[in-house]
Ligand binder design. Structure first.
Ligand code: HGY
Ligand code: MN
Ligand code: MN
Length: 409
């Protein structure tokens, strides 16, 4: 049964589009920021679908939603998962595809009346994106024991809302202990979110691991003053310091092999065109497949920030928002992804993930692998994010074959 188990492709696509309608944006994407009303609606929809499949549905202390198909015998489960929260300019596929593909496999098993030897679980993890609350991958960070629920409850978003309160407000501060379900293996289907598979003509990516990620927040404190009367030499310009750090970080990507930098947050106070900025809070997303090179880039950028703040006569505070080392996946499962893809007639290549994923934390607990499908135009975190029906169905069938084999091994 293992090698010719196939999911219901049209149902996969229609279920994905049903979720996409929740938090749909006029530009054709999705906006379900973690713990917002849109996230709650998506969660409620998923819980109802899981219950409709007869799964045992549990919610843990940080809102991870766990749907379990009981196996014939006790023991560690095979876990499928991803996330349904999105960034502000999210698309329809990032995260959702992995959750819906897991749901579709469970629906297929129900259609066929198949009970696995072990528990087969599907988890939608909380706040994978880290767009509203930090760190990203928060649900799996707590699931894997790297932070406690109490620690993350205290996290605040940019408006000052507190994570623990927001979680309770949407009704997903659950009773289960994060990590309560032991895992034999974790598998995640996800869009590539980059241009490689499409550009090189591959249908499936066998993901070898995730690159290292560091997010830093800089708070520059200057002196508000008149933008027209204050001589340039007299200014204590927090905006100038932030701009120089952004430029320096981009220049570091030219010098350091594999280095990436993005300043996606720049908040200026008071934010008036004719006032020299008093405070600038900015956040840098730094990544590199190599831990040591990322550490070098971080050290250089930190040193430059202190130096440029002194030159501009402004104060500076630097805060860690997230820090994940490069994470390799399980070689046996990576090879299994390649084998299943080829057996099902797809082209496949190995690829390192540029994006962070829940899988990188689950890999600390059990053998883990990811399956990528192409992102058209390499677009993601953009409402125009798109993957073809053929590709997502192919990815879901590769996931199904491996999951079914692992859960009965
Ligand atoms: O930031 C990331 O790489 C992921 O999308 N959370
Ligand atoms: Mn994602
Ligand atoms: Mn994402």
């Amino acid at each position: 049964m293992a090698s010719n188990l196939r999911i219901n492709g049209p149902r996969l696509v229609s279920t994905l589009m049903e979720l996409a309608a929740i938090g749909a944006t006029p530009e054709g994407g999705c906006r379900r920021l973690a713990l917002t009303e849109e996230d709650r609606l998506g969660r409620d929809w998923l819980v109802a679908r899981m219950r409709g499949l007869g799964l045992d549905v549990r919610v843990d202390a940080v809102g991870n939603i766990v749907g379990i198909l009981k196996g014939q015998q006790d023991g560690p489960a095979v876990i499928l998962g991803s996330h349904i929260d999105t960034v502000g300019t999210g698309g329809r596929y990032d995260g959702a595809l992995g959750v819906i593909a897991g749901l579709e496999l469970l629906a297929t098993l129900r259609d066929l009346g198949l009970q696995p030897k072990r528990d087969l679980a599907l988890i939608a993890f909380t706040n994978e994106e880290g767009a509203r609350f930090h760190p990203d991958m928060l649900g799996t960070v707590v699931w894997a024991g790297a932070m406690s629920a109490e620690e993350v409850y205290a996290e605040r978003d940019a408006e000052g809302f507190v994570l623990g309160e927001e979680l309770a407000k949407i009704g997903y501060r659950g009773a289960e202990k994060p990590g309560f379900l032991k895992a034999k293996a974790y598998l995640e289907l996800h869009i590539e979110q980059g241009p490689v598979l499409e550009r090189e003509g591959f249908g499936i990516g066998a993901v070898t691991g995730v690159q290292a990620i560091t997010w830093l927040e800089f708070t520059f404190t200057g002196q508000p003053n008149h933008g027209g009367t204050t001589p340039m030499a007299y200014r204590k310009d927090a905006g100038l310091a932030a701009a120089r750090v952004n430029l320096f970080a981009h220049e570091a990507t030219q010098r350091i092999e594999g280095q990436l930098a993005n300043m996606g947050v720049i908040r200026v106070e008071p934010g008036n065109v004719n006032v020299v900025p008093e405070t600038v809070i900015c956040a840098l997303d730094l990544r590199n497949p190599d831990d040591a090179l990322l550490a070098q880039a971080e050290a250089e950028i930190r040193a430059f920030a202190l130096e440029t703040a002194a030159q501009a006569g402004v104060g500076v505070a630097i805060r860690d928002l997230a820090r994940f080392p490069a994470q390799p996946f399980d070689e046996r499962l990576i090879a299994r992804v390649e084998k299943a893809a080829m057996a099902q007639g797809h082209t496949v290549r190995r690829i390192v993930s540029g994006a962070g994923h829940d899988a990188q934390m689950m890999a600390r607990l059990c053998p883990t692998a990811m399956i990528f499908v192409p992102s058209i135009g390499g677009l993601s975190h953009n409402p125009k994010e798109f993957s073809t029906e053929a590709d997502i169905i192919a990815g879901a069938n590769v996931l199904a074959e491996i999951a079914w084999e692992e859960v009965n091994a």
